[in-house]
Design a protein around this ligand. Sequence first.
Ligand SMILES: [Zn+2]
Length: 195
Amino acid sequence: MFIELTDHLRCPADHAEQYLVLLPDRIVDRSVISGRLGCPVCGRTYAVTEGVAELGESPVVAGRASRLDPNSMHVLLGLSGPGGYAVLVGSAAAGWDAVAEQNPGVALVAVNPPANVMDAGQVLSVLRALLIPLKSRSVRGVVLGPEFAVDPEWVREAARVTLPGLRVVGEGTPPGLESLELLATAEGCWVASKR
Ligand SMILES: [Zn+2]
């Protein structure tokens, strides 16, 4: 996990949004390999193991291959220029390396990715949790894998963490959510702008 991502993490417990304090054991090239994250409100601690922040269990969902190839993801996310973070949830993270290549300087965060997606230091942080464990309005975009895009809770989470005016991309039925303005749908995919 990229050490600077710590500033954007939130405790996943059911209380008002709260930052987490990092107690690192091992850091290599600004990437946290092992350590603990502690919440000053509820006292819970979470492990960082082999570079992966374990903020809860990955939800059990049937894995489904994404219809979105990395190039479509890049176009739909519409990130222009370096800086900040973009989040890929579930199977959307499978093609993270191609997304990274097309968006130099944007740090990627994979939430509950397939098991073969490993932490890659500053370029890709891996988080596991029952929600998106990031602060509200903290990222430049979110792509939901199809297995998460069908769950209204995860669509709400994607909208919550995205900065106003930036985009959430998903597959399946477009969301009818007050905080998301639908921009387009095509071939079973949708793209919406955070209000
Ligand atoms: Zn807490």
